[in-house]
Write a protein that binds this ligand. Structure first.
Ligand code: FES
Length: 281
């Protein structure tokens, strides 16, 4: 990974996450308002550039910032899909380029852009082409939790009804009852690049969404999702997946085994980072 992926992230996190969120958890989300978001988002999409994303907060270890949230929707049969932004044509440096970007996402004032995911090589994945053909459903992967292996075959779509025991679920790591997780993939059908995602259904998210516009728009029935690529050196972390997480106070959080970064899936914050450009098409 190049230095350019890490360098701006540090300053972004200091300027925005610390200042905006402070010690607050979900109650602090969104306090900067739309003006701050717009002024920071000057060059999203194909060329990358400064990008304001919503993320699950990084609370420990060397990771420079949180992992970006993927807004979700649940269809009439309960299947969970990640929302892909609208395809737009923009002019960047005098050249026309396609980007997937939704301005004022569901009336929240948030600019939701594919640039949120342009780091760690993901910017070059086939699924990051704005017009990549996908139904955008999350699909269960073979590395998931025991319950997933019992319920799903590899590639089955995640369904909210399979999370019905989310208020009591536990697996012996940390406290039970905080929420029920799953791992999966997104926009990766028939590609060589697998985009890893994590989903968590939790009553904490349900409650937080009641008085937060962005969470209300980006989650449903307590289900939140994020791109599961550690912002440090791109490993795939896990929520309650590693027994040694407790040594780093991460048994109830999202823990990256590579270098012990910790993320809090119940604290959604704004982060500023420099998205890497997608390759020329
Ligand atoms: S902590 Fe280094 S890759 Fe996650």
């Amino acid at each position: 990974m190049s230095d350019s992926d890490k360098y701006p992230a540090d300053s972004g996190r200091r300027r925005f996450v610390k200042g905006v969120v402070g010690g607050a958890a979900l109650a602090g989300v969104g306090t900067t308002g739309a003006a701050a978001i717009n002024s920071a988002t000057t060059s999203p999409g194909a060329g990358g550039g400064p990008t304001q994303a919503y993320a699950i907060e990084n609370t420990g270890g060397p990771a420079p910032r949180g992992m970006p949230v993927i807004p979700i929707e649940i269809d009439g049969e309960g299947f969970i899909k990640g929302v892909w932004p609208e395809i737009q044509t923009i002019t960047q440096g005098g050249v026309e380029a396609q980007v997937a970007q939704t301005d004022d996402y569901k009336g929240t004032g948030v600019t939701y852009s594919q640039a949120w995911f342009q780091y760690c090589g993901v910017q070059s994945y086939e699924g990051m082409a704005p017009d990549f053909e996908s139904d955008n459903y999350f699909r269960s992967d073979s590395g998931g939790y025991e319950w997933q292996q019992e319920v799903y075959s590899d590639g089955d779509r995640l369904n909210v009804n399979d999370f019905d025991d989310y208020e009591s679920w536990g697996n012996g790591i940390g406290r039970a009852g905080l929420g029920k997780p799953a791992t999966g993939t997104w926009r990766s059908e028939d590609t060589e690049d697998t985009m890893p995602i994590q989903v968590l259904r939790s009553s904490r998210i349900e409650e937080a969404a009641q008085d937060n516009d962005f969470l209300a728009a980006a989650t449903d029935q307590g289900v939140i999702a994020w791109l599961n690529k550690c912002t440090h050196f791109c490993c795939v972390p896990g929520y309650k997946q590693a027994a040694d997480a407790a040594k780093f106070n991460a048994e109830d959080g999202v823990y990256c085994q590579c270098h012990q970064s910790v993320y809090d899936p119940f604290s959604i914050v704004q982060t500023l980072f420099t998205a890497l450009p997608r390759p020329e098409e």
